[in-house]
Design a binder for this molecule. Sequence first.
Ligand code: UDP
Length: 330
Amino acid sequence: MILVTGGAGYIGSHCALKLLEENKKVIVFDNFSTGHIETIETLMKEGKDNFEFFEGNLLNLNDLDALFKDRNIEAVIHFAAYSLVEESMKNPEKYYRNNVIGSINLLDKMRQYNVSRIVFSSTAATYGEPKEIPIKETHPQNPINPYGNSKLTVEKIMDDYDEAYNIKSVRLRYFNVAGCDDKTRIGEIHNPETHLIPNILKSTFNNKKTFKIFGDDYNTKDGTCIRDYINVEDLINAHILALNYLSAGGKTDFFNLGTNEGNSVKEIFDLCTKVTNKEIPFEIAQKRAGDPAILIADNKKAKEILGWNPEKTLYDSIKSAYMWELKQNK
Ligand code: UDP
């Protein structure tokens, strides 16, 4: 069975669903700090006997003992983490405690119960301010916020745990994840929502919310920030490939997950108006602290070593995200 931590959240739940579709046995561990019970109910319905849920906290060693004891966990995919840059700057303690100590607890229990493979959600935020675009995995890692630092610290711990305890890891450095399950069984739910695409889409509903573009005087073609938006289903495929790679004896490694292409906030906004066929109210607002002007992945390494092949377009991602928002607003 595969352990998915954070499987009640946005990306973790898409991973659990994909594993279940591949007929794998899955146990999700989540404390609902940002995840949702409705998501777990959907996974239960979809996975039936192959799915198990364990409510628990990575900071509680008793929870972890109860999780690992008497279960045949072959590998771990570790999503459970806090992931908001701005929040991490205001409350670093929360990020270091949960993301770093939580991961150490998990790795130690893996050691204790002889589980030797882990796929870890890392982030482009570990690179900090980019020195060259697109960003290769060899780019220096100098995070500029506690969120990025917390993820980089775990990456380093994983190298040391491989060296000393032979725990093999694949760290996947996500760029901007977008879209949702094609069948809209699960999707993105954040409270408050801070991400670009769901925020634009939410402004199409009659809630009088004006979408805010955070800064239009960046040094980019149209003045708004450029990001590399990777579809969540494509992203999850890389996790499955990473698991297979580790099962086949692959060495500890790390890969960017992005598309090699960047789109500006304005371009995303225009595409959202096209997909939804609606006039979306917007205004230009202040820049958000800690936002680099451009982040684009070089994804060659994941293609070459994992055999990854992202296929979905940005249009696909926005379309599925919109279908999900429509479902939420029924
Ligand atoms: N952004 C924006 N308005 C919003 C949310 C985001 O202009 O309501 C911009 C943000 O400044 C960044 C890009 O959209 O340049 C992507 O932000 P998001 O929070 O989705 O992801 P991040 O890049 O922070 O991981």
